[in-house]
Ligand binder design. Sequence first.
Ligand SMILES: Nc1ncnc2c1ncn2[C@@H]1O[C@H](COP(=O)(O)OP(=O)(O)OP(=O)(O)O)[C@@H](O)[C@H]1O
Length: 275
Amino acid sequence: MSAIRPPSVPTAPVVEVKKLWSTFRTDGVDAVIHKDLDLTIAQGELLSIVGGSGSGKTVLLRQILGLETPARGSVTVLGHPAAELGRAGAASRVGMLFQHGALFSAFTVLENIAFPLRELRNLPDDLVRDAAMVKLRMVGLDPSHAHKMPSDLSGGMVKRVALARALIMDPPLLLLDEPTAGLDPDRSDAFCTLLRELHRELGLTVVMVTHDLDTIYELSTRIAVVAEKRVIVDASPQEVLAYPHPFVSAFFLGGRGHRAMELLRAQPPRPLEGV
Ligand SMILES: Nc1ncnc2c1ncn2[C@@H]1O[C@H](COP(=O)(O)OP(=O)(O)OP(=O)(O)O)[C@@H](O)[C@H]1O
């Protein structure tokens, strides 16, 4: 079955994955997670990566972050091999929102947001504090929350603080792993609205892994489906829905897909902002 590809990519890619193989050796046996996986992400896109459980979506995000090493092939981010992003300064190029927020429980909200800047160790305290306050407001949180501990926050607030930390160094690329997991429908909708506004206002390129169809249809400019160890289709939501593959049918057209499908039908296709 041949993959559908968009006809052209309008600007220099922010992420370019070419013929990627990801493997893990367990008990002397190599498990192949990705085999000749190709994916190109242009500036300003909001790309959702979907696939079955264990299909390698998180490993793909980790490859883009430079946390995994390709067994073969290449992963290029902003023109450099992902592995070269390194720890120091990586947050200025790629922001990552982990699935459970992953805040430091012993740090206040403001200390959590400021953490990547503090790690640089060369900025005055008041500047770091001011920058963290700007990001706190940017994610829609009142400054009165700055000195709270993570245990005092709701699930939605934890996500917002983690997002503020991911954006502290104004990275052009933001990676999101299940951004609305664990949120009730109202908080999930509010978080999607925030992500859409930040995507537009900051001109971000966003790559998101999610199982949540409402989130996918609400935000995606494009969807990449991972199955059979590669990206089988990489296109607009409408084109992906029409792609003949058992996973696509089960995921998008099964029972839970119907409400989200109605939402998609009611909306015009989302334009690609900033491209
Ligand atoms: N460090 C590792 N060592 C060995 N195997 C790993 C490692 N990391 C991931 N895997 C394996 O790679 C496969 C893909 O994992 P991954 O977490 O990317 O799946 P996923 O598509 O994100 O799944 P889910 O939707 O369930 O979160 C799984 O079989 C997993 O067990």
